[in-house]
Design a protein around this ligand. Sequence first.
Ligand code: PEP
Ligand code: MN
Length: 360
Amino acid sequence: MENKKEMRTWLDDLNLSHPLVIAGPCSAETEEQVLKIAHELKDTDVNYYRAGIWKPRTRPGMFEGVGALGLKWLQKVKEETGMKTCTEVANSAHVKLALEHDVDLLWIGARSTVSPFIMQEIADALQGTDKTVLVKNPVNPDLALWLGGIERLYTAGVKNLGAIHRGFSTYEKSKYRNIPEWQLAIEFQNKFPDLPLINDPSHITGKRDMIFEVSQEALDLNFDGLMIETHHDPENAWSDAAQQVTPKALIQMMIDLKIRKTTDKEADYMNALSNLRAQIDIVDNQIIELLGKRMKAADGIGELKKSKNVAVLQSKRWNEILGKMVLEGDSKGLSEEFVLKMFKAIHQESINHQEKIING
Ligand code: PEP
Ligand code: MN
């Protein structure tokens, strides 16, 4: 599939002077809750009101959504506030019901994007619709699977499309609920510059006090919009309580977020700059992670030397490493002086570690 300008017509037609904002609760809980939050978001910069009706939960026995009943509440939201509405669909029955109840935008959740069978079923059910459909990234960091979902919809004649970046699940300990892997989102943007890309900081962070910084990062990377879970009483929400913000906090956030200038020249410059900065941030994190791994291996050697009562400093091996790294560095445009300085610092840290182990 190639980049297609027509995919973003729905967004351009909104003629927004700010990034797109989708807000509303993780789950529709009661009619009163849905309408209360909607009224608090009315007359703000929120463009679409979201509420999950069918909730994919990792374990059974948790709140799995109010089901089709909630679609009536969304219709009331539209009647009473004039806001456009959206919800998640995960099979053909959901699609049929959502279309019958005139939901304006449908999104496909991370747990559905991973399954080509489900994606195809949804695409078939949506055949030729003029509704907007957004595809969340799959749970695992697989760009092809994400694009595959969009392709299935496009081939089924769905032209108003977009993607939602909600982070990726990981085994590694992380401050995020779902790690952002920004480089994947950047790659996605480079391949499909006209496909609207929305960031979902709620599911990336899992914590309301981190939502602002991730939203700003997304705007700096030129995302087209944000989807932020919003609840009038977040602590008591029936799902995702830790990551929802109040309407008041959301409105303040929309004031505080810096939106980048959009004059063409300026936008190109900022775009290039923030892409490069994002790449540097990613590599810096990798450097620290690798140094941590290297130090762990050095600790292992320390333990071995201790068991055999061998001296810490092995200068022959060390001189071999340095010689090799100076040559490697040269081939990457790094000066001998820099490579020597850097490796001496790394080596010193290894020696400190090993001495602690041997004397410990
Ligand atoms: C949601 O938006 O409430 C949701 C379930 O998201 P995800 O598919 O990203 O987990
Ligand atoms: Mn949620």
